[in-house]
Structures are given as structure tokens and as C-alpha cells.
Design a protein around this ligand. Sequence first.
Ligand SMILES: NC(=O)c1ccc[n+]([C@@H]2O[C@H](COP(=O)([O-])OP(=O)(O)OC[C@H]3O[C@@H](n4cnc5c(N)ncnc54)[C@H](O)[C@@H]3O)[C@@H](O)[C@H]2O)c1
Length: 286
Amino acid sequence: MHGFKIRSLRVRDMNISWLNLEDKVAVVTGGGSGVGRACCLELARNGARVCVADIMQQNGEAVLKELESIGGMHSFVKTDVTSLESVIGMASAANEQLGGLDILVNNAGINIPALLVDPAGKQELTEQIWDRTASINQKGAFLCAQAAIRSMIQTGTHGVVINMASESGLEGSAGQSIYAATKAALYSLTRSWAKEVGTHGIRVVGLAPGILEVTGLRTEAYEEALAYTRGTTAEALRKDYGKSGIPLGRPGTLQEVANAVCFLASERASYAHGTILNLSGGKSRA
Ligand SMILES: NC(=O)c1ccc[n+]([C@@H]2O[C@H](COP(=O)([O-])OP(=O)(O)OC[C@H]3O[C@@H](n4cnc5c(N)ncnc54)[C@H](O)[C@@H]3O)[C@@H](O)[C@H]2O)c1
């Protein structure tokens, strides 16, 4: 019995250093909520120094407090991923405050349900929704990747960029066409950037979660809007959401996404490059 306890302790010790993220600096955009927050916490639990980059100051600072309770050195930088100036400031802050930039999690994103054509004229895709979604989800990912990779090349860092896509990028999604299109763009950008920067020892990968447990993105207003685009009610949508059509029979957890991010960020995934990991519980193709 005593021997068993010692063995299990050793296994746990090995798990702590298995990912070897100690001393790495990770910047997580949209780190103030949902998936981004979970990534910040798991990266820190694995020893990384984390820079929370979010447009929402209060949320970002709250996550910073949680990180400080885990231990280690972390920071929050108010960042608007759609602004070049703000993104350059984010990369500089990570370098100056935390001593480098090894991992970028390109996670900030929005999703505003709308139909291409709504005969009732209630919820139609507008130029404004199109521009705002593309600006945050797609241009934001470009600006952040460019600033991070520039920093990695200048400092000779063999870093990693992780793009937060979505299964809807490959599958399409009724009522979410511009969202899905921006996520499809992340598939393509991941592959192209991987071809450009691999020779610098920098990896570019992505994750495509399916339906997840509730985050900041899934507000009541969002559920009402999505239900409308699908001709159902928010209540009916909620009942079925994350169950039907998912072989694992449940939505993914934020922790499961964060675990995959830590794996992809680590040397354990050193030959994963230009690829997107599907995390949809078996719902969609890889
Ligand atoms: N929740 C899901 O079911 C799901 C599924 C697949 C993919 N995703 C992706 O995960 C990512 C995070 O989504 P979430 O569900 O955690 O949503 P969320 O709303 O909880 O978090 C998004 C974060 O991005 C921040 N943000 C928004 N605009 C920004 C900007 N201009 N600059 C900086 N930060 C900004 C928000 O303040 C927020 O903290 C998104 O890219 C989303 O597409 C989510």
C-alpha cells in the first residue's frame, strides 16, 4: 500500500513537468472570459507566465487575480485585437513585463447570429455585422500572429501560434455564416503561415472546438437570436444544444479545450504544424 502511494506520487510529479511549459511566456487574446480564461489558467498551472490580453479591462484583471493565486509572474494588457497599435503594445508588454513571447493563443472572437436573407427583415446579415466579425475574428488573428511571430524571429524563439477556429469553419453553420467564414479563414491562414514560418522553428497550429459549455459568448440574447435564425425557440435550442448529433453525447468543457491548447503549445506536439485539431466530440470531420 505504501509502495503504491509512492508510485502514484511519482506519476503525478512526472505529469507536472510532462508539458515542459515552465518559463514559457504565453499571450492569450480574449483571455478575460470563457475559453480564453480556461487557457490562461491551465497554461499557468503548467508553469507558463501568462499575459491576459482582452478588450474588457475588468474581466482581464479578474483573470489576472486568479492567475496570481496559482503563483508565478503574470500580467494583463488591455488589448483591442483589431488595432495594430494596440496589438504592437500587447507584444511589447509581454516581452517587457514577462521576458519574452513563446506562445500566442489567438482566441478573441465574436459571433452574432444573422440570416443572409430574412424574409421578415428582423435579423439579416448587415455590412456592420460582417465587418465587425471579420475584423475581430480574422484581422485580429492576423495582426496578433504578425506581431508575435515578428517578436519570435527577432529573439530567435522557437514559438507557437495557436489559432482558435471552430468546427463550423469546415461544416458551415445556419445563422452564423460570417462567423463560420472567419473560422474557415483560420484553417487556411494556419496552413499558409505554417509554410512561411516553419523554417524559423516556429509552429502554427489551431483548434476547432464544436459545441462547448456556456461561455460569455452564449448570452441569452445570443441564444434568442440563434434560435430565431433556426426557426425554433431559445428554450428548445438550449434543451438540445450539445447533445444531438454528438457521438460523445455532451458539449465539450472549457477545460478540455485548455488541455488541448497546452498540449499543442508544448514540445510534446513538436511535429504538429499547419494543422487544426478537431475537438467536437466526434460530431464533425477532422
Ligand atoms: N463557446 C463555444 O462554443 C466555442 C466553440 C468553438 C469556438 N469558440 C471560439 O473560442 C473563442 C472564445 O470564445 P468564448 O466562447 O470563450 O467567448 P467569450 O465571449 O466568453 O470570450 C471572448 C473574449 O474575447 C474578448 N474580445 C472580444 N473582442 C475583442 C477585441 N476586439 N480585442 C480583444 N479581445 C476581444 C471578449 O472580451 C471576451 O473576453 C472564440 O474565438 C470562439 O469563436 C467557441
